[in-house]
Each structure stands twice: as structure tokens, then as C-alpha cells.
Ligand binder design. Sequence first.
Ligand code: FES
Ligand code: FE2
Length: 381
Amino acid sequence: MTLLNSDVADLLVTHLRAGTTEMSPTDLRVPISHFVSEERAARERDLLTRLPVIIGHGSEIAERGSFMTRVVLGIPLIVVRRSDGTVNGYLNICRHRGGRVEDEPCGKKRVFTCHYHGWSYGREDGTLRGVPYDDFYTHVEKDRHGLHTVRVEERHGFLFADLSGAQDWDIDDWLGPEVDEQLVPFGLDGAEIFLDKTFTLDINWKIVLDGAIDVLHPKFLHPTGVGKLIETNTSVWRQYGRHGQSFSPRTRMGDAARAGDEVDASFRYMGSNLMLYPNSMVISTPDHVEFWTVWPDLETAGRSTTQIRFLVRPEKRTERIEGRIMRSWEILEEAASKEDWPMEVTIQQNAKAHPEGTFLYGRNEQSCQHLHRELAADLGD
Ligand code: FES
Ligand SMILES: [Fe+2]
């Protein structure tokens, strides 16, 4: 059987043997002000409402008739699984006088009823069902006062939403065939959330993403941990339309390649980070998929919220594998909370102290370059 990405493995071996890496044609300079400017932060938040962003995973509303509520970029949402198995979303805003229609984080309901004056809305399409004391209103057209719909599309288990309510993107075009090809083998539409952690940090969202996709720092910032497992500064980047994937060899691949031994594209030898523009990424491991989403803060450029979820297919769960997954979480948490994030907090403070000049992304930092090039293209700068 040919392993997916065996061409990448071959390329990595060539680079490891030659002591080289794949590189983009040029460096990239990004103004430091982009990480601290409130004006820029507001434009980025607005951009994110216009792009397909991942607001959750289908397993959170697995059962038909179930719902979850979320506030994403300040926008209150109800996301439902309809009786036919499809998903739909609404603004969690009552059409009477703006109350939250649903307060529970999740559950199963046919009708959502606002607690203020009892207006109720149907789960399937958000239509206004009941108006207590409707004689008191001269004119409430029920078919015009349903909940505002938010388009939600489910692919590979991920729930993509149009938070602006006005975009006509097609989710299949947005992801493209290469992202599909990479995600299909994980069967994420049948996966469940094994672990779900949220961290609000005093770091601009792009610096958190930079740190998570950076291939140039492991041996320096994580000398006794991740840096011992992954080769620093040999990587291959594949761009898939708006998205892309960074492949890194494990040190085991480096040792084997340099010794002239055979290697392949299995997890034993290499890892990858699939960046789903603008703010999510999928990191594959043998047992689970590590799924990150980083949200800019509503108030300040200098803060963000990172959600890390581990997705696992239920049939894979055995005591032994669960133990391995938890060990993997401990290694990740240790590296992130003791090494990556403290470094990034300092960078944020330094950017605020001295916002003149530019940050430099080298030719081998293709994954970081990609994020900033895409943002620059979308924001017209
Ligand atoms: S605000 Fe919801 S019923 Fe009045
Ligand atoms: Fe790191």
C-alpha cells in the first residue's frame, strides 16, 4: 500500500541527507504594528466573520434534535442538528426585544423559548412559533420574525459558519481537493472530542498561530522535550489553495536517513500540521488528531483565546491508547504553557513596547509566511 504523502517523505529524506530544507523564494517582513494595532485587530476580526471559520465539531451535536450555544467573535449562536441529520444555525437573539433565546450550553429541544416574554422558535428552521398575548401587538407577521439564520456547513466533522450572514462561499471550493485528501483518512466525521481545553492568553492570535506552526524553534525553545523528537529546520510545505500543510521529520527519520536506511511516510517518521486558514489547524498523530482554533480577542489586539481539542474515533479507544493520548497531552501542555506561551507573551510585550519595524519570516518559515501572506491578500495590504 502506498502511504499518503510518500513523495513528501522522499523529499524530506533528500533534504536530511543533504542538510538542506525546502524554501520559499523570499523572506517576508510583517510590520510589528500588525500585532498591536487596535485598528488592524478590528479589521482582522471583521475579516474572520467573512471567512468560513470552524465553530465546533459535529460530535457536539451528534444526536438528531440536539443543539449547542456558542459565542464566537462576540456573535451569539445556536447550532442545531435537525431531524434529518443536517445542521443549521441561528443568531441566539430574540426577535421581540433581543433577549438570549437559549441559555443552556447544549441539550435537545424542539422549540427554543425566550425567557423574557416567552416568544418561541422552532428548532428545524427558526420560525416564530408562539407569541404570548399576541393581541397586544398590532402586527407580528410570524413568517417574518423567525430567528436570523446563520449558515453552517459540516465537512470532516467540522462545523463551518458564515458569521456575517452574507457570504456566498462554497465550502467544497473553500477546502479544495487536497485538504479533503489529507483529512479523509482520519475519519473525523465519526470522531469524538476526547479532550477540550481553552486558554485565554495575553498574546495576539497570529503570534499564537505562528508559534504553533513554526518549524525553526523546537531545538532552541524545547531542548529537552519536543526538540529531541523533531528535526529543527528541515521541513516541507505544501500549499493547498488558501490552506497548507507543513511536514516535519522526527529525529528518528533524520537518524535513519543519514544512516542510509529506508524510511516511509508513516507517523513513526514524520508529523504534519495542516493549517486551515484563517485560524485553525489539524495536527495528526497515530492515535488522535490535535485540533487548534485561535480566536482574536474582542477588546484588544494583545489577547486571544486558544482552544485545543483532541479528536478520537470511538472504536480506537482502549485503556492503553487513552493512556498514550493523555501522555501526549501532558507533553503538549508542558511545552506550550512552560515554553511557547511565555515566549509569546514576551514577544507581545516587546511588540507593544517597540512597535516600529518588522518581524522577519525566513525562506524556510513557509508555514508562517503563508498565514501572513493570506491575511495581507484579504486585507488589501
Ligand atoms: S425579548 Fe424575547 S420574548 Fe421578549
Ligand atoms: Fe513550540
